[in-house]
Design a protein around this ligand. Structure first.
Ligand SMILES: Cc1ncc(COP(=O)(O)O)c(C=O)c1O
Length: 375
């Protein structure tokens, strides 16, 4: 069954952020919620749990075991049980790891353009940002990273997004190894957000950083919330390299408390029963990526866009359109809601991020509305 076929009328029954932030005449193509049919195993697991009245606290290691089984199935690598701990959702886990391993006033490296909460998790908790932008072709700039690590800021932590949101970059084993070594040699805590990891285009390979022998100083935050569209059920796991025991030990004691029991049930069901679902989903997303290329060529040839091999997000450079604020323009004049580029970094005000996890019809309508807003 095709997964991204829900109609606009069906989707407008949803009450989440994506669907209720804007007026009904606006097509929402922004926040990373998918317009997807949920897997029946997840629906059944949750329905059964509610029916049982199984709404207490989480217990046991089912989520961690399901994560390990997925890692082995998808990436041929399996962490030991001692390396995995239940944690909260990805951003709260990142916060816990950051607070535990850095002090107020420390500097933390991020790679703009990057998911807006990476900025907030640093500045909102009295740490400072050291920005090392991705290169023009959306890769890690290792010489610039080395210079920043040795520069006057002397960062003590690094937040890596892998795969990278919003560009969909898949970091290579060589890049990840080099980065881990740069951090390891300087005692910099390397925290890697792998929430988008299962979302790779067909034929593309994601490299889990902890599968690399020389990256065992890293710690990873993961949640099935993104890959299986379960953001409503906050939860996740954190995984440490064999040489990162102290990063776990330093995390605040309640860091594992914010996964709910229903999230554990739903995420575990997804990881256990819905691997083929993600592959089917990403085959459809890859088709949307091809459709977007065609639609842009036809309707918006000035927009520059290089499709990334991971995630369902498109990062569109609208500089050539000569708009003061592309996101506001498309919202006001095209009635299409996209994410504003500057939320991913101040240098990216001419970019917008588009969510492609939707039907062909909605994607087509979205690009047509954007084009019509310019005439
Ligand atoms: C890179 C990245 N990390 C984290 C999150 C949010 O994860 P959580 O809800 O588990 O904090 C998102 C959501 O889109 C994301 O794109």
């Amino acid at each position: 069954m095709a997964l991204l076929t829900l109609t606009e009328a069906e989707l407008r029954e949803r009450t989440s952020l994506k669907w209720r932030t804007f007026e009904p005449d606006v097509l929402p193509m922004w926040v990373a919620e998918m317009d997807v049919h949920q897997h029946p195993a997840v629906v059944d697991a949750l329905t059964e749990a509610i029916r049982r009245g199984d709404t207490g606290y989480p217990h046991g290691t089912a989520y961690a075991e399901a994560y390990a089984a997925m890692a082995e199935h998808r990436w041929g690598w399996r962490p030991e049980p001692a390396q995995i701990r239940r944690s909260g959702d990805v951003m709260n886990t990142m916060l816990a790891l950051l607070v535990g391993s850095t002090a107020e006033g420390d500097h933390v490296v991020i790679n703009p353009p990057v998911y807006p909460p990476f900025w907030q998790v640093v500045t909102g908790y009295r740490r400072h940002l050291t920005e090392v932008a991705l290169t023009a072709d959306a890769r890690l700039d290792l010489p610039a990273i080395e210079a920043a690590l040795d520069g006057p800021d002397r960062p003590t932590a690094y937040l890596l997004c892998s795969p990278h949101n919003p560009t969909g970059t898949l970091h290579t084993a060589e890049e990840l190894t080099a980065l881990a070594q740069l951090c390891g040699e300087r005692g910099v805590t390397l925290i890697v957000d792998e929430i988008h990891a299962p979302l790779t285009d067909p034929g593309q390979t994601f490299v889990p950083i902890l599968s690399l022998p020389q990256a065992q100083n890293a710690v990873v935050t993961f949640s099935a919330g993104k890959g299986w569209n379960l953001a409503a059920l906050k939860g996740g796991v954190m995984i440490r390299g064999t040489q990162a025991e102290e990063v776990f030990a330093q995390a605040p004691p309640l860091a594992n408390q914010s996964t709910g029991h229903l999230a554990t049930i739903a995420h575990t069901a997804a990881l256990t029963h819905a691997q083929g679902w993600v592959d089917d989903l990403m085959a459809e997303v890859a088709a949307r990526k091809r459709l977007l290329v065609d639609l842009l060529a036809e309707h918006l040839p000035q927009v520059r866009h290089v499709p990334g091999p991971a995630t369902y997000l498109a990062w569109l450079d609208c500089s050539a359109l000569g708009l003061a604020h592309p996101r506001n323009h498309f919202l006001t004049h095209g009635k299409v809601a996209l994410n504003a580029g500057e939320d991913f970094g101040p240098a990216y005000g001419q970019f917008v991020r588009m969510n492609l996890a939707t039907s062909e019809e909605m994607l087509t309508q979205g690009v047509r509305r954007m084009a019509a807003s310019l005439s």
